[in-house]
Design a binder for this molecule. Structure first.
Ligand code: F6R
Length: 617
């Protein structure tokens, strides 16, 4: 939530910053702004409510020239989206500029105190309070001394802050110098020879450099165009490692697709393959997940698993629960990360906690990880973003290797999460009672997934026609059972978030317990009903909807043409092992929500009120 980009070097800072903000817009798009130290040594601020395109236009009309600058794209927390509330914010002197991602929880107390000392605030934000606070501690005069004093002022101010932050700070008296700091909000330094970058996410800087340093919580970074120094908040020098970014700038572009979401749906044959590549152990008829850092003995001793996540990752966890319980017979609990962090569930010593996250930065999932570790448990991560906070803080785990996911609606990360969970279920199952034969069958089925997903994607046009037909629907129901119960929830989430149609997902048999009251001629019901062990039950539920004149859209297995006689629309998916079915059945749901959103003229990649990486509670 909120994206920060900073630049120091020889290029026009505003152009580098605008380009970076465009890459970070998925983190928030309520407003954006830049602050640049110009050639005369004055801070120039340009801010605009709305998308980065509006800021680009503003800077075109009213240029801000300079080679050092900070910038921000906002997801509003304190104060409505407006030019005034947009970052950067200045201190009382107007010489210090700050961008901030996170929440200053005690900002009202700090604001009252500063107001008593005569500070006047222009915005309603918590961030402006922090800018003023840092300003009160800064009294630099000459340049060399100024750098130390600015870092000192940042340190003293942050010591008074309760909350979370990733910040970038510049001061017009000290050109060629920038300070960054983080606690709970991600920050990465991009390393060029004679230029440096600061960003919330490597995606903002990958077209300039592939070399990155991921800051840890409670670290302050001091940047000059040719120098980096990292210290702790307490002032000790910190070690750091320069990593190479694991994707290319092209991978973060839309290419020929009209939207990132569509591109990412189409990438799934490759991303699923990347999730299992090198992890299928034919000789053992099992899977290998080396990163778990658990010995075979420890894996055999696991007697309970907790899977935590939010949103789509939570739905992947629900599929994982069914998979692990069915293949490995280990009891699994799925925990909403935001609940897990505040309740006190009993966990015993052989319980392993997994946190699942695409971004690796979701604050509630991160807090769940820390809570699990605080209680002495091993917490493993299933994460996509290499170098993210969850990836670095977990005790081991597996990367998804999906590549950058930029569309706000999660698509390829879901199928990769479920694929890795299938590998985990297979691995644990084969260490217990699954036969060699069963293991081999599973491996063969997993290998077939990319080709089958490709076949479903090829039906995009037929799915679009269904979206055209029903796009006026005021609400929709998504129904599935067993392995596809979670898929129904995921289908409903996708529909809500990008097309703004109210949608709810249910275990099919729950329909009769209340939901059926919503069925009407205007409300389509989507049934996820492959030819599996509960197919007949789903047919009965579909008939009940039909009897009440509800339009029905069925997703079923290829060759099962009988449904064409009962359902209004039928989408076919290839046959596959029941446990793996959600990896296929979710794809038509992704395409359905995509086409609904396009038909309704919605902003597919940047749905209203949302941001991709939820780094505030
Ligand atoms: C839905 C969606 C969100 C995320 C959730 C968790 O399309 O994208 O529900 O799944 O915010 O995000 P990560 O996986 O980054 O922790």
């Amino acid at each position: 939530m909120c994206g920060i980009v900073g630049y120091l070097g020889k290029k026009q800072a505003s152009q580098v910053l605008l380009h970076g903000l465009e890459r970070l817009e998925y983190r928030g798009y309520d407003s954006s702004g830049v602050a640049v130290v110009d050639e005369a040594g004055d801070i120039q601020v340009r801010k605009k409510e709305g998308r980065v395109a509006a800021l680009r236009q503003e800077i075109q009309e009213n240029p801000a020239q300079g080679q050092i600058g900070i910038s921000h794209t906002r997801w509003a927390t304190h104060g409505e989206p407006s030019d005034t509330n947009a970052h950067p914010h200045l201190d009382r002197s107007g010489k210090l500029a700050l961008v901030h991602n996170g929440v200053i929880e005690n900002y009202l107390q700090l604001r009252d105190r500063l107001a008593q000392d005569g500070h006047e605030f222009r915005s309603e934000t918590d961030t402006e309070v922090l800018a003023h606070l840092i300003g009160t501690f800064y009294d630099g005069s000459d340049e060399a001394d100024g750098q130390l004093r600015l870092v000192g002022a940042v340190r003293e101010a942050l010591a008074q802050v309760v909350g979370t932050y990733g910040i970038g700070v510049i001061h017009e008296d000290i050109p060629d110098f920038m300070v960054g700091a983080r606690l709970g909000s991600p920050l990465v330094v991009g390393v060029g020879k004679t230029e440096k970058f600061l960003a919330s996410d490597v995606g903002a800087i990958v077209s300039h450099t592939q070399e990155a340093i991921y800051l840890s919580d409670r670290e302050i970074v001091l940047l000059k165009p040719d120098e980096i120094s990292i210290e702790t908040l307490e002032g000790d020098l910190a070690d750091y490692e320069v990593s190479t970014v694991d994707f290319t700038p092209e991978q973060a572009e839309k290419g020929n697709f009209p939207h990132y979401m569509l591109k990412e749906i189409h990438e799934q044959p490759v991303s699923i393959e990347n999730a299992f590549r090198g992890r299928l152990a034919d000789s053992q008829a099992s899977a290998v997940l080396g990163g778990l850092n658990l010995t075979p003995r420890e894996l055999r001793d696991v007697d309970r698993i907790v899977l935590c996540g939010c949103g789509t990752a939570l739905h992947a966890a629900m599929v994982g629960e069914y998979m692990i319980e069915s293949l490995a017979r280990i009891p699994v609990e799925v925990e909403v990360a935001s609940e897990f962090r505040y309740r006190n569930p009993p966990l015993d010593k052989n319980t392993v906690v997994f946190v699942i996250s695409q971004s690796g930065e979701t604050i509630d999932t991160l807090a769940a990880l820390r809570e699990g570790q605080r209680k002495g448990h091993r917490v493993l991560g299933l994460v996509n973003s290499v170098g993210s906070t969850i990836a670095r803080e977990s005790d081991g785990g597996s990367y998804l290797h999906s590549g950058p996911e930029i569309g706000v609606a999660a698509t390829k990360s879901f199928t990769s999460q479920v694929t890795v969970l299938a590998l985990l279920a297979l691995l644990l199952g084969r260490m217990r009672h699954l036969s060699v034969d069963y293991g081999q069958k599973m491996l063969a089925e997993i290998r077939e997934l990319p080709k089958k997903v490709e076949q479903i994607i090829n039906q995009s046009e037929a799915i679009r026609r269904i979206a055209v037909k029903y796009n006026e629907a005021p609400a929709m129901l998504f129904l599935g059972r067993q392995f596809n119960y979670a898929t129904a929830l995921e289908g409903a989430l996708k529909m809500k978030e990008i097309s703004y149609i109210f949608a709810s997902g249910h275990a099919s048999a729950e329909l009769k317990h209340g939901v059926i009251a919503l069925v009407s001629e205007e409300v389509p019901s989507v049934f996820i009903m492959p030819k599996d062990s509960v197919y007949e039950k789903n047919v009965s539920t579909l008939e009940e909807v039909k009897a009440r004149k509800g339009p029905t859209i069925a997703i079923t297995t290829e060759g099962n043409s009988e449904l064409e006689r009962i359902a209004d629309e039928v989408i076919y998916i290839p046959e596959c092992h029941e446990t793996l079915n959600p990896i296929l059945s979710v794809v038509p749901l992704q395409l359905l929500s995509y086409h609904f959103a396009v038909e309704r003229g919605c902003d597919v990649d940047k749905p209203r009120n949302l941001a991709k990486s939820v780094t505030v509670e």
